[in-house]
Design a protein around this ligand. Structure first.
Ligand SMILES: [Zn+2]
Ligand SMILES: [Zn+2]
Length: 316
């Protein structure tokens, strides 16, 4: 998995930060992309990357503030123009369906694919064989969700060399062992599936939170996560604004991640008052609490390498 930030600003776009949007790139897991929030001009940001709108199969909207969803009509319209024909599932708070369908109706926008809108409540919002996604309400001025994305443990690989060394002939019998079946060889020996299957591999835990001040739900969603994306609109000096408007400082975000026993914080939703030259001092306020703190910028990319978060950039 890779997390790719298309917008990392708060409230309004600035020259250096667009409004919020994050792509969870699951191409390696054959799930396409899952988008989290779609601020205005998210599709413009995508044009600077190799990401393809038609590959977005799910969009999770944390809350109904404009800086998190004004990009949806343009994005879903272009996804249609660009040949998207697979369904798009949109998950978000009550009101998201009326807003999207009204916009499509009034602008006479016709999509070439099926749009499925799910108005969500707290609890499990999606589950398949590989992933389970849980939503909780956070603490903001309007209902704002956070998401915990858990990849289930991956089954161990068949140790082909070991099976062959034990006398298992090549061919379909290997597949039976892989499927968990024990087999009897011609000489009467029994080969158990568990003896030739490697250890199951732990999946990742990723937490992506909408706008919020510090709250218990954030800690619960972030429990033991490999990476937590938490808003950090303000710094310590402007902390009063954070509590007045349902936002967080970077130090508060780091405290949540620490309390949850999670490994790393990626801070986003950064106020435009902070210039590029301020960011290192800003990051250090988080680092005073937690060893691994990243401040996302537009087009920053994060992946897990042996369980450690590694940052790179993916622009152009
Ligand atoms: Zn916001
Ligand atoms: Zn908000």
């Amino acid at each position: 998995m890779e997390l790719q930030f298309l917008g990392t600003g708060a409230g309004m776009p600035s020259k250096i930060r667009n409004t919020t949007s994050i792509i969870l790139n699951l191409s390696a897991e054959e799930h396409g992309y899952w988008m989290f929030d779609c601020g205005e001009a998210t599709q413009h940001q995508m044009l600077h990357t190799t990401l393809k709108p038609r590959k977005v199969s799910k969009l999770f909207v944390t809350h109904l503030h404009g800086d998190h969803l004004f990009g949806i009509p343009g994005f879903i319209g272009s996804r249609s123009f660009l040949g998207g024909d697979s369904p798009l599932d949109i998950y978000g708070p009550v009101g998201i369906e009326e807003w999207i369908l009204t916009t499509l109706r009034i602008t006479k926008t016709h999509l070439t694919y099926k749009l499925r809108i799910h108005e969500i409540e707290e609890g499990i919002v999606f589950e398949d064989d590989e992933f389970i996604i849980t939503a909780r309400l956070l603490s903001h001025v309007i209902p704002s969700f956070g998401f915990r994305i858990v990849q289930k443990p991956l089954p161990g690989k068949l140790l082909i060399e070991k099976a062959i060394a034990a006398g298992v002939p090549k061919g379909p019998i290997l597949q039976r062992l892989k499927n968990g079946e024990d087999i009897v060889l011609e000489d009467g020996r029994i080969i158990t599936s568990t003896s030739v299957i490697g250890e199951p591999k732990q999946g990742f835990i990723l937490t992506i939170l909408g706008d919020t001040s510090s709250c218990d739900a954030s800690v619960q969603l972030s429990q033991n996560a490999d990476l937590v994306v938490h808003e950090a609109t303000f710094d310590n000096e402007t902390g009063q604004l954070a509590s007045d408007f349902g936002h967080s400082t970077i130090q508060q975000a780091a405290e949540i991640v620490k309390e949850a026993g999670a490994k790393a914080l990626v801070a986003t939703h950064i106020s435009s008052r902070f210039l590029p030259s301020d960011i290192e001092a800003f990051r250090k306020e988080g680092e005073a609490v937690l060893p691994k703190v990243f401040v996302a910028h537009d087009f920053a990319q994060y992946k897990l390498v042996n369980g450690e978060v590694v940052e790179s950039s993916f622009k152009k």
